[in-house]
Ligand binder design. Structure first.
Ligand code: ASP
Length: 440
């Protein structure tokens, strides 16, 4: 069986839902993972933020506007009176729940329950729509099988056992619909797989049912070789290996949630990125194979903090790095890039919530410099470290102020750290010279 995930834009309008119906209605049985309608999760975040800030009136205004939007969509989507009424009843229960939340004390659990409403609504509506279209479908509630442990990692054994027994127990249907993003935590409270987490839901399910393939349907024709939001002349990449895709997703390629390929990599279950607005376009296939060597794609990750830790002697003072790493371990802060010299080590983090505490501990044995607003630019490709064309990178960078460079950590990745204000020109320059093959 295949698992197909459709993002917010794909279910964001009645026309797009009709496209999704065409794509999935090919006679094969499949699991369809849906995001919330586009914009909804952002609105839910705003609602939660307003409750947190004790602005219930503002929260109610957003709830009211969103609810009106849903009524319009339902009236356009469902002509059958019975389905139209039952769907409106369900959706108004969701909105009543949101209204009740505006009177409650804010907590993380409350926020997670608020954020879960988008996927609950989109799946209910889409299921009703398929029924109206005469397609047999059933909703598999994600909260019955999707769970994370206390480290916020998927509980694979639990998920595998539960989704397979649910699939065996429900009536046979052509389409099994489920909610992306939402899950329970280790204490059975509603939680989620972080923003954009529906991709991750799809590959977790793919691994749990040993799917033939996972397809991620978005509104762009696959993973591009550079960030199309900032760079002109980017192109879709037709094939990527799991390693390449994992690096790109982690280092900022917005099309995929950072953890997406991890669950399916071991079993070699292919992931295909497809475009709902142009289903014939080839998209990107992510598999275990490496098709070519050399720099294939570039991604960038913002909000990076660089920390330089300077001590009289570092390399021969054994135990120095251990002392440094233990501090980051204590504050559960992971390090992305690292470079060393005899007297100093520079490293980067993207979660700076414990920065002050980390710095004050580091200061007990070293002098510290901190640079905020940095971006990691990550160049990815199979065996790029050994590829003959890679030298061009250093020529291109001759006028770029690079704060750190990480080369050789793996054969597939070269990372540069630049000030975020230099990110876009650097990305464009790299694109022009590396992919458009403008001569240097
Ligand atoms: N609806 C969630 C979000 O907007 C999850 C997703 O779409 O993947 O982040």
């Amino acid at each position: 069986m295949k698992v197909l995930k459709f993002g917010g834009t794909s279910v964001g309008s009645v026309e797009n839902m009709a496209n999704v119906k065409e794509i999935i209605n090919d006679g094969e049985s499949k699991i369809v993972v849906l995001s919330a309608m586009s914009g909804t999760t952002n609105n839910l975040v705003e609602i939660a933020n307003n409750i947190k800030a004790s602005h219930p009136k503002k929260a109610l205004e957003i709830i009211n506007d969103l609810s009106q939007k849903y009524t319009v969509v339902i009236d356009k989507l469902l002509q059958n009176e019975r389905l139209n009424t039952s769907t409106k009843n369900y959706i108004s229960k969701r909105f009543n729940f949101l209204i009740e939340c505006t009177d409650k004390l804010f907590s993380q659990v409350l926020e997670n329950e608020i954020l879960a409403q988008g996927e609950l609504m989109s799946t209910f509506m889409f299921n009703a729509y398929l029924k109206e279209q005469g397609i047999s479908s059933v909703v598999l509630p994600a909260l019955d099988f999707m769970r994370i442990d206390k480290n916020k990692e998927p509980s694979f054994a639990y998920i595998t056992k539960n989704i397979n027994s649910i699939l065996n127990a429900v009536d046979t249907a052509q389409i099994y619909i489920t909610q992306g993003f939402i899950c329970l935590d280790d204490t059975d409270k509603v939680s989620n797989l972080q923003r954009g987490g529906s991709d991750y839901t799809a590959t977790i399910i793919g691994a749990a049912i040993k799917a033939e393939e996972v397809q991620i349907w978005t509104d762009i024709d696959g993973m591009h070789n550079n960030d199309p939001r900032f760079v002109e002349g980017t192109k879709p990449i037709s094939d990527l290996s799991f390693d390449e895709a994992a690096e790109l997703a982690y280092f900022g390629a917005k099309i995929l949630h950072p953890q997406t390929v991890l669950p399916v990599r071991e079993d070699g279950i292919p992931v295909r990125l497809k475009n709902t607005m142009d289903p014939q376009a080839k998209g990107t296939s992510i598999t275990s194979s490496h098709f070519e060597t050399g720099i294939k794609a570039i991604a960038a990750k913002d909000n990076i903090t660089a920390i330089k830790i300077k001590s009289g002697r570092m390399l021969q003072a054994h135990g120095f790095l251990k002392k440094v790493f233990e501090i980051f371990e204590t504050y559960k802060t992971s390090i992305d890039m690292i470079t060393t010299s005899e007297v100093a080590v520079s490293l980067t983090i993207d979660d700076d919530s414990s920065l002050d505490k980390i710095i004050s501990e580091l200061k007990t044995f070293a002098s510290i410099e901190v640079d905020k607003n940095q971006s990691i630019i990550c160049l990815v490709g199979h065996s790029i470290v050994n590829h003959e064309g890679t030298y061009r990178l250093f020529k291109i960078l001759k006028d770029v102020k690079v704060r750190m460079i990480s080369y050789g950590g793996s054969n597939n990745n070269i990372s540069l750290l630049v000030d975020t204000k230099n990110k876009i020109p650097t990305l464009q320059k790299l694109n022009n010279y590396l992919f458009e093959l403008v001569s240097l």
